[in-house]
Design a binder for this molecule. Structure first.
Ligand code: PMP
Ligand code: GLN
Length: 386
């Protein structure tokens, strides 16, 4: 992905598919970003911060008001006590938190284990850190990792077990037993747990369990999140991590040379968001569950086989029942066939998983109801192609 064969810069699958949507006028259910603004009071807080002159470099760890809000959020939702002055770091989105964490904590040749399919940045960042990427494949219908495979995959060479829960692209929420097993394996092999929980507030019918809350996990866990998904502000790039003090120190040492600091006026705004009442957080999950159901129904009616994701922005659909084994090919043709853009799951895989999961594609449902209804109506035409 970093460079094409001819040496020109590669683009991410998300940029490529969003460009395809823009070029063809198709409905973009590819890149996961909401098409509606988040809470007015959060937006207003950023405007106010700019007007109030909060426009210069914030402190290296992030503004105290945001670090305190992050610590209060971890306490309020998960009962976790976090020291806002030593155990929290504000980053340029979850992406920078992941980058700084991997660059700080792995040595060249160390193994980093992820679930597969994996969010594309994981592959790129593990490569930048010169580490070895190992994976355990998630399979339909429930996309839960097999415990024996996990046991085999974690070895003394594993430096980091990097999970993403709720999971992009499958929408899976990991079972408590799986999280417990990962903690046990991390202890057995002296590995660190890095958990990307950017969809923490977007679970449906199930509770989000941060792995850091499990017995024995906290001291070896780096928990990463972001304001983008929770407040519909993906363009603000305000993320954070919480971890034990010494680990935060090591990560800060890298972060200071990546971006130094980021997003001053957005930091108090996200702080305000994190303190919104429970009703806000309940509402965003319920709203998204409704959108998931709407798109799932449309995809089923069109002839796809789909499960019911329990979290995230995404639903995975199998195009095989429609006669398409190669979802990458279908995704390239989908704008013409149905005026919709989706992303092949193979884009989140290496071989051989890419081949094994080749008929799967990811649709984002974090879009307006009328947009999803239009997409469903257009996709219905695919049935006639069979
Ligand atoms: N992790 C996952 C699983 C994601 O889906 C995304 C993208 N939305 C990110 C990290 C990146 O988050 P941010 O935009 O805050 O960098
Ligand atoms: N996280 C978003 C997705 O999975 C996209 C972020 C990006 O474009 N890098 O669609």
């Amino acid at each position: 992905m970093l460079l094409n064969d001819d040496g020109t810069p590669g683009t991410t699958i998300f940029a490529e598919m969003s460009a395809l949507a823009a070029r063809t006028g198709a409905i973009n259910l590819g890149q996961g970003f909401p098409d509606e603004d988040g809470p007015a009071e959060v937006l207003e807080a950023a405007r106010r911060a700019i007007a109030d002159g909060i426009n210069q470099y914030p402190p290296g760890l992030g503004m105290p008001v945001l670090r305190e809000a992050i610590a209060a959020h971890q306490k309020r939702f998960y009962g976790l006590s976090v020291d806002p002055d030593q155990e929290v770091l504000v980053t340029a989105g979850a992406t920078e938190a992941l980058a700084a964490t991997l660059l700080a904590l792995v040595e060249p040749g160390d193994e980093v284990l992820t679930l597969e399919p994996f969010y594309d940045a994981y592959g790129g960042l593990i490569g930048l850190a010169d580490a070895v990427h190992t994976t355990v494949t998630l399979r339909a219908p429930d996309f839960q990792p097999d415990h024996d495979e996990l046991r085999r995959a974690v070895t003394d060479r594993t430096r980091i077990i990097l999970i993403n829960n709720p999971h992009n692209p499958t929408g899976t929420v990991l079972e408590r037993e799986t999280l417990e097993l990962l903690v046990e394996l991390a202890h057995q092999h002296d590995a660190l747990l890095v958990t990307d929980e950017v969809y923490e507030h977007l679970t449906f019918e199930v509770e989000h369990i941060p792995i850091a809350t499990l017995p024995g996990a906290r001291d070896r866990t780096i928990t990463i999140s972001s304001g983008g998904k929770t407040f519909n502000t993906t363009g603000w790039k305000i993320g954070w991590l919480t971890a034990p003090r010494e680990i935060v120190g090591a990560i800060v040492a890298v972060k200071q040379f990546l971006t130094y600091v980021n997003g001053a006026p957005f930091q108090p705004a996200i702080a305000l968001g994190l303190g919104l009442p429970d009703s806000y957080f309940d509402h965003i999950a319920a709203d998204l569950a409704h959108k998931r159901d709407l798109l799932a129904k449309g995809l089923r009616a069109a002839g796809f086989e789909v499960g019911s994701p329990r979290g995230s922005y995404f639903i995975t659909a199998d195009a095989a029942p429609l006669g398409f084994q190669d979802a990458a090919d279908l995704c390239r043709r989908l704008p013409e066939l149905a005026g919709v853009v989706a992303i092949p799951i193979s884009a989140f895989c290496h071989e051989p998983a890419a081949r094994e999961l080749s008929s799967l594609m990811r649709f984002a449902f974090c879009k307006r109801v009328d947009v999803l209804e239009r997409a469903a109506a257009q996709l219905a035409g695919l049935r006639s192609l069979r």
